[in-house]
Design a protein around this ligand. Structure first.
Ligand code: 2HA
Ligand code: ZN
Length: 271
């Protein structure tokens, strides 16, 4: 067996968590990441039949039975993931009955997966049903995105439109727009189900006055989605209180989407 700390997927996970912390998106234990792995990626590093312990999920994930996930731990700080991956991350398989996580590595000292696992696994199920190549779900508390929640209407069309207007490339990066959930109690199956419902339509979902969820095929792509929204939200917050002299017009947004060949939410433009 090769040393798991040398696995590329682990390096990428720790690097991503460190970057999210560095950008101020994940204070204290804020934020969580889940990465769907293939058996062939994990088998050089772990004996897949050796289950350390079984942790009940508290919900049904039957359509993910047998799938492997690397997930940040509950109560753990993104700040510490790179320094001690085995304490702060866990790698588990969903049991055949879809009711348990079979821990194969990590959560050292009796830890367990993030309290937001319902939102993560339900979002994986939703995204896989529209994009079989989806591998990542990421949750974070990016500062300007959150600030914008307090001063902008929390309407999907309006918030997406404002974000698209803030940087030329936004409509190319997230042509499908940003979904919005009203404030809800976090860590519950209910917010998980609501997030997953939005994830059928959007790869980005704002949790009002809390943060954002993103889904994508790679850690880089998913990180980039949040990074682009956060950049646009920062520009909005830098300019919202000033007289607006210029803006990107809807016809120009359409021109961009057409030039880059992206399927965009036409109903989010006024043309
Ligand atoms: O796990 O961000 O939403 C910490 C959180 C909860
Ligand atoms: Zn959160």
């Amino acid at each position: 067996m090769k040393e798991i700390l040398t696995a590329p997927f682990l390096a990428e996970m720790t690097h991503t968590a460190s970057n999210m912390y560095r950008l101020g998106w994940d204070e204290r234990n804020g934020g969580n990441i889940s990465l769907l792995l293939e058996e062939r990626d994990v088998s050089p590093y772990l004996e897949l039949s050796r289950v350390l312990r079984k942790i009940p999920l508290g919900f049904q994930a039957a359509s993910l039975a047998g799938r492997l996930f690397l997930v940040t731990g509950t109560g753990k700080y993104f700040k510490n993931v790179a320094r001690d991956p085995e304490e702060n991350l866990g790698l588990f398989r969903i049991s055949q009955d879809g009711a348990c996580a079979e821990l194969l590595w990590g959560y050292r000292g009796g830890g367990q997966f993030t309290s937001e696992l319902p939102a993560h696994l339900m979002s994986h199920m939703a995204r896989l049903s529209v994009d079989p190549a989806n591998r990542v779900v990421m949750h974070s508390h990016p500062t300007h995105t959150l600030a914008m929640n307090y001063v902008h209407e929390l309407d999907e069309r309006k918030i997406t439109h404002t974000l698209w207007e803030m940087c030329t490339e936004c409509i190319v990066v997230f042509p499908d727009g940003v979904g919005v959930l009203p404030w809800m109690l976090c860590g519950t199956n209910a917010i998980g189900e609501a997030t997953a419902e939005k994830m059928r339509e959007f790869r980005l979902v704002i949790w009002a006055m809390h943060g954002i969820y993103a889904a994508g095929r790679t850690l880089d792509e998913t990180f980039g989605l949040i990074e682009t929204v956060e950049k646009a939200a920062q520009i909005y917050m830098l300019t919202a209180h000033l007289p607006r002299r210029n803006t990107i017009q809807d016809a120009q947004l359409r021109q961009l989407a057409e030039a880059f060949g992206v399927a965009y939410r036409k109903d989010f433009l006024k043309l």
